[in-house]
Design a protein around this ligand. Structure first.
Ligand code: GDP
Ligand code: MG
Length: 162
């Protein structure tokens, strides 16, 4: 039985782009605008000889109804079924209140969480990842899902947690 790695985070942070980068093909749908998709899609993946399941999730927006509505969402189910979670945040936007709410839920899930600070497209932007230390989830991994920067190191750590 292979491990399950779920990719969660706010809409538009680059979850599907990261999934495609890991899969090495364009399987997950990438959108320019925050979507209303709440789907949960599972892919067979492989990394340096390790087979695993990679689960892309739709947006996890804590809306006016608050986190309660998210509890019923596909992202919630994905976390429950996962062995480890990649929590994607947007390094260009910085830490948001919604990120913090998601972290509370992730922490209560008890699952290992690896923080991916996405959209760090060049070395000069790497400082932006440091802010996410305050989430208390360990080292924030600066990545660019679009260009592939840092994704290998991120996956090495994520698969170690499986
Ligand atoms: P999702 O809603 O979290 O699945 O986000 P998507 O993967 O659909 O990406 C949302 C937008 O962010 C798209 O316009 C992507 O091209 C863009 N994006 C994703 N990853 C990166 C990245 O590493 N750098 C930059 N600059 N943009 C990115
Ligand atoms: Mg997506």
């Amino acid at each position: 039985e292979v491990g399950v790695l779920a990719v969660v985070g706010r809409p538009n942070v680059g979850k599907s782009t990261l999934v495609n980068r890991i899969l090495g093909r364009r399987a997950a749908v990438v959108e320019d605008t925050p979507g209303v998709t709440r789907d949960r899609v599972s892919y067979d993946a492989e990394w340096t000889g390790t087979d695993f399941k990679l689960v892309d999730t739709g947006g996890w927006e804590a809306d006016v109804e608050g986190i309660d509505s998210a509890i019923a969402s596909q992202a919630q189910i994905a976390v429950e079924l996962a062995d480890a979670v990649i929590f994607v945040v947007d390094g260009q936007v910085g830490l948001t209140a919604t990120d913090e709410r998601i972290v509370k839920m992730l922490r209560s899930s008890g699952k290992p969480v690896i923080v991916a600070v996405n959209k760090i497209d060049d070395r000069i932007s790497e400082y932006a990842a440091a802010e996410f230390w305050k989430l208390g989830l360990g080292e924030p991994h600066a990545i660019s899902a679009m260009h592939g920067r840092g994704v290998g190191d991120l996956l090495d750590d994520a698969l170690d947690a499986l």
